[in-house]
Design a protein around this ligand. Sequence first.
Ligand SMILES: Cc1ncc(COP(=O)(O)O)c(C=O)c1O
Length: 489
Amino acid sequence: MTQLPAHLLQSKEFQKFIQKFPAFESTLILDEYRKKEYARLDKMHHVYLDYTGGNLYGTSQLERHQELLKNGVYGNPHSTNPTSLAATKLEKEARRYVLEFFNAQDDYELIFTANASAGLKIVGECYPFHDDGHFLLTFDNHNSVNGIREFAKKRGASFCYTPLELEDLRLSEKKLKKQLKKYAGKKNKLFAFPAQSNVSGVKHSLDWIERAQKKGWDVLLDAAAFVPSSKLDLRVHRPNFVTLSFYKIFGYPTGIGALLVRKDSFDTLQKPWFAGGTVTFAAVNESFHTLKNSYERFEDGTINYLGIPAVKIGLEYINEIGIEIINTRVHCLTGWLLYKLQKIKHSNGTPVVNIFGPKDTKSRGGTIIMNFTDSDSKTVPWDFIEYKANQQKISLRTGCFCNPGLDEVYSCITQDETLKYTEHLRTGDLSYAEIVTFIGKLRGAIRISVGLASNFEDINTFIHFVKGFKDKSSKDIEFGTFIEAQRHG
Ligand SMILES: Cc1ncc(COP(=O)(O)O)c(C=O)c1O
């Protein structure tokens, strides 16, 4: 059993935490990893709370990858020369490993992409929207999913959004059920949703995949924020298309993602062009080409053949720890954060932070969004919070997180307000910062997220940071100075 440092064992706060979340003890191996693989965090006094933005790599991942590159000679794959064959072998091993990781061996094609967004773009570009299509999305979606609506619109398909409940930022079951029934007459219907929100941390039920498919929909599951701390088993849940980015699971390498396409949906995607590596035959004196019949059809040009072996190393690393252990740690730390943050109040009884979305750990991951309120119950500008966090080397994230739908819901922005603002944008040059003045409502929030290298001290530091705002008012000299400085650039 891993031994915790004495100062933690003696900490009353830690004892209370363990009492409330006893499962944390089963994850103590991660404190060993923290010392061994992420020593740089403590050495440089960083408190990293942006795992949804990007995960952190363990040093052994880098070492293993470097060893591999130092001790081999690798050429551009898919040729028969020895260095090319060496690269092809590594690429195929990585491909097999990824498919096994998601239990998708025989049923899915794995297309390596630059990131989740690139995978989403392939689906948008190739889905047969032109042929009586409809695109259904959730208000909770990353912009790289929202953007697919532009492909749908350009090809004459209709699209619509399914709403969220303001209370917990979850899908409205009744409305979604209705929408899934509504487009019975349409031929090509695509429903896209995130397995986990990149903003609220809500895990949307994966049962929607089968429910939608039973009503004739193809389902695109954006798994980018889900897979870093949850098991995705593609034998149990079988979306037609799945997208993700590997750096979000294990930090290194960046620049590689995946689009998994169910084999029986492979021909649904109609590629509008061809590129190097994607054809079995192409002519120039005649306009003719034939596309390959596997994943290669969608991997344009040369794949990242030196980076792809590091994907296998990364997944082996995750398997060595165990995704369930990561999941448990994230669950416990998030639960404690939610519990403690809600208890921090100004002396007049008003809360210091206002958490959006679910306030408990049920069906949610390790991402929490909030705004800070001062002792007069006014929202503290999130850029001020970020400025103060930066001073303490706390890496959190602020703004709208590429998910405007969620921001519209929790900031209570009406369609009418957005319309008025967009009309201004069309005719003038109103900047994003001015939307607040224009609409008269604050937008954006503060996001923190925990992951495999997070420990109790990290979240305790954040809890103390929040406590530092207790009984502070906007009239506080510091707020004023900061806002003045911002105004004057
Ligand atoms: C849920 C979700 N989908 C898609 C993306 C886009 O990922 P990438 O920027 O790696 O393409 C992100 C990135 O934060 C995300 O969290």
